[in-house]
Design a binder for this molecule. Structure first.
Ligand code: PMP
Length: 401
């Protein structure tokens, strides 16, 4: 008998498992709104033009070799990534008090940041929003932190539970780590306003809470890279410390290349350099050093003015298509006279709509309409097109009436 005979079958990942089920469905009308990956109007994955151009430049450069990167990744990529998220004029960059290390996309950046905190920070508790991206819980628990929640979403208004959030942050122990979605909160699509962010910042600084920003959608929410980075920049401009995990999966469409960065903003360059030396000790035994192709693409785009400008246009076009899908879905439900207030579809922002549909309604839509989505009622707007909106609207209409 196998020495592994006792191993039990693990459940599918709640998000990636949706695609597994979708792939098994032979129906021609099936629709995958589970995973957050951008699709064109034709329902196809998109490789950005600037990415194709950058790859061409890289391929043509015969001086490029396949040597290992340093443990901290491609230095040029790290510098450009910090500029992108904190702003070219950021005093923290000028004062050299940020350490940025290339990591395996957003997830890897969160994990490295979590492991660093578990080893070196005096508070081992991280507060995450209720609800949040499902992977946050396991990433931080396995990093060695203890995970607690703060109130975030109010199902009654399908908006922010701002009062609840402030109360829970107020009662967190001094120094606790607070995970914040920089923009386009996943799964709810609900973000604080800039005025609310300012109140959050004041409260957190007054209680010495440590901000850990997860920035998986910079530019994808509003279409503006600077606009979506505003909350992070507010926290950096007060001179305080913070963490930021960046992903290029969505905003540059580099999903499978696994390109991201972890930045830690410190009080002084001296602290930043010691922090970086410890980050290397976290990374080296985990995966030794990160891959070279993805960050080379990003660096090629970010450092060239023309490519950068073209990228911002392509990014804006993706954001705009998602916003137009929100409007079309909202209009289609109105046209059907679907009971209920669906204005949250156009109020929410980013890749996802948190529909408010319950588990039974989701199961009904999958069974009867071959529409696949996570059981919490989250749909990826980027997976929709003008052609498929009517089908989804029919399904939602049938599910709620
Ligand atoms: N954080 C959030 C909030 C996300 O939605 C995602 C992607 N779904 C990630 C992090 C990580 O994505 P990746 O590792 O592919 O960059």
């Amino acid at each position: 008998d196998s020495v592994f005979a006792h191993i039990v079958q693990a459940p599918e990942d709640p998000i990636l498992g949706v695609t597994v089920a979708y792939n098994k469905d032979p129906s021609p009308i099936k629709l995958n709104l589970g995973v957050g990956a951008y699709r064109t109007e034709e329902g196809k994955p998109l490789v950005l033009n600037v990415v194709r151009k950058a790859e061409q430049i890289l391929v043509n450069d015969r001086s490029r070799v396949k040597e290992y990167l340093p443990i901290t990744g491609l230095g040029e990529f790290n510098k450009l990534s910090a500029k992108l998220i904190f702003g070219a004029e950021s005093p923290a960059i000028r004062e050299n008090r940020i350490t940025t290390v290339q990591c395996l996309s957003g997830t890897g950046s969160l994990r490295v940041g979590g492991e660093f905190l578990a080893r070196h920070y005096h508070q081992r508790t991280i507060y995450i929003p209720q609800p949040t991206w499902g992977n946050h819980i396991k990433v931080f628990q396995l990093a060695g932190l203890s995970v607690k929640y703060y109130r975030y979403y109010d199902p009654k208004t399908r908006g922010l539970d701002f009062q609840g959030m402030l109360e829970d942050l107020s009662s967190a122990p001094s120094g606790a780590i607070i995970l914040l979605h920089a923009c386009a909160h996943n799964p709810t699509g609900v973000d604080p306003t800039l005025e609310q962010w300012e109140q959050i910042r004041k409260l957190m600084r007054s209680k010495a809470l440590l901000p850990f920003f997860d920035s998986a959608y910079q530019g994808f929410a509003s279409g503006s890279l600077d606009g979506d980075a505003q909350p992070i920049r507010m926290f950096v401009s007060d001179g305080g410390e913070c963490f930021a995990a960046q992903s290029y999966a969505k905003n540059m469409g580099l999903y499978g290349e696994r390109v991201g960065a972890l930045s830690i903003v410190c009080k002084s360059s001296d602290v930043a350099s010691r922090v970086e030396s410890q980050l290397k000790l976290v990374i080296r035994p985990m995966y030794s050093n990160p891959p070279v192709h993805g960050p080379s693409i990003v660096a090629t785009v970010l450092k060239d003015r023309d490519l950068y400008n073209e990228w911002t246009l392509e990014l804006k076009a993706m954001a705009d298509r998602i916003i137009s899908m929100r409007q079309q879905l909202f209009d289609a439900l109105r046209a059907r006279g679907t009971p209920g207030d669906w204005s949250h579809i156009i109020k929410q922002i980013g890749m996802f709509t948190f529909t408010g549909l319950n588990k039974e309604q989701v199961a009904f839509m999958t069974r009867e309409y071959h529409i696949y989505m996570t059981s919490d009622g989250r749909i990826s707007m980027a997976g929709l097109s003008s052609r498929t909106v009517p089908h989804l609207a029919d399904a939602i209409n049938a599910a709620v009436t």
